[in-house]
Design a protein around this ligand. Structure first.
Ligand SMILES: Nc1nc2c(c(=O)[nH]1)N[C@@H](CN(C=O)c1ccc(C(=O)N[C@@H](CCC(=O)O)C(=O)O)cc1)CN2
Ligand SMILES: [Mg+2]
Length: 292
């Protein structure tokens, strides 16, 4: 078997056209264009590249974006003061602080300081709570990207066995919530699946993974998922982005899994581009909720 490619690059582009149309309709109706404030601290090369892609995405769909690039030694209080200003600026609908942060800045303090109505990453505890309760204000970007990638490729989820490997606050935990939740009008991203969350302390990870009709790898360990861990014909989504040889990016899934799986998302070109498109979707939603 050679797995069908779950092409996130192509789908992200298709969805950007849909978002651009919604933005154009708002501006034609005399509304302010959605605007995203992006805060980057320091000179982490990967973070700078992600931020550039986020701003490029905004421009592509007709949204405003502002980059606040602060030096690596910026104090926490300086950053919190900037967030206060952004929280009250009516042109700013979404605020994003690129992670990871330098060590003098507490991630928790920053997550709490982004106003929950502008929290397009959906990291604030109020938004985490709304998601857990099944009434998300914003669906977190990477998990939402995974759900769209599967849905738009007609991978069935309702009643299927989904195994999520990884339990991070950004990916594993919120993705498990979406996968287990009932699909409702308030929560169309709910998937009605039967979900298992596995992680580094799970005994016999291979046996757990082999149960999956849909296997999602989000641990950050290159090549962790090998062909013997995958049921024949399963859909496999690779959320990993690990440094490989010669500056190449490699996923958590061994490429040989393509010989066993029915469908597989590539790295790069799978979940990554979807993450950025979902951020644009959340910024549009923030504008709709804030400005009507
Ligand atoms: N505030 C946030 N910080 C971070 C998040 C986040 O969602 N919000 N997630 C990650 C980084 N990230 C987005 O910020 C991200 C990672 C990867 C990609 C992506 O498009 N990857 C491409 C490959 C890019 C390359 O070649 O280097 C792909 O997979 O095709 C987008 C966004 C941590 N921080
Ligand atoms: Mg820190």
């Amino acid at each position: 078997m050679t797995a069908r490619v779950l092409d996130g690059k192509q789908l992200a582009q298709t969805m950007r056209v849909e978002i651009a149309a919604a933005v154009a309709a708002r501006t034609a109706a005399g509304k302010r264009p959605p605007g995203l404030a992006v805060v980057l601290i320091g000179d982490n090369k990967a973070s700078a590249a992600y931020v550039r892609n986020k701003q490029k995405g905004c421009a592509e769909v007709g949204m405003g974006s502002w980059l606040h690039h602060l030096p690596v030694h910026t104090s926490e209080s300086h950053l919190l003061a900037l967030l206060d200003t952004l929280n009250t600026d009516p042109a700013v609908h979404g605020i994003l602080v690129q992670l990871p942060l330098p060590p003098q800045i507490r991630e928790d303090a920053v997550i709490h300081a982004v106003g929950p109505r502008k929290d397009v990453d959906a990291f604030h505890p109020e938004n985490v709570g709304l998601l857990a309760a099944g009434f998300p204000r914003f669906v977190p970007c990477t998990p939402h990207g995974v759900v769209h990638l599967l849905r738009r490729n007609d991978v069935p989820l309702a009643g299927r066995e989904v195994v999520v490997v990884g339990r991070s606050n950004i990916v594993g935990k919120p993705l498990a919530l979406l996968m287990m939740q009932k699909a409702t009008t308030a929560n169309p991203a709910g998937c009605d699946a039967t979900v298992t969350v596995a992680h580094t302390r799970t005994p016999d990870l291979a046996a757990v993974c082999r149960r999956a009709d849909v296997l999602v790898a989000a641990v950050g360990r290159a090549g962790l998922i090998t062909p013997d861990m995958v049921k024949s014909g399963a859909a496999v989504v690779d959320v990993g982005t690990n440094p490989g040889a010669a500056g190449k990016l490699v996923g958590d899934v061994d490429p040989a899994v393509a010989g066993v799986a029915g469908a597989l998302s590539p790295v790069p070109g799978g979940v990554g581009p979807m993450t950025i498109t979902m951020l644009l979707a959340n910024t549009l939603r923030a504008a709709e909720l804030l400005d009507g």
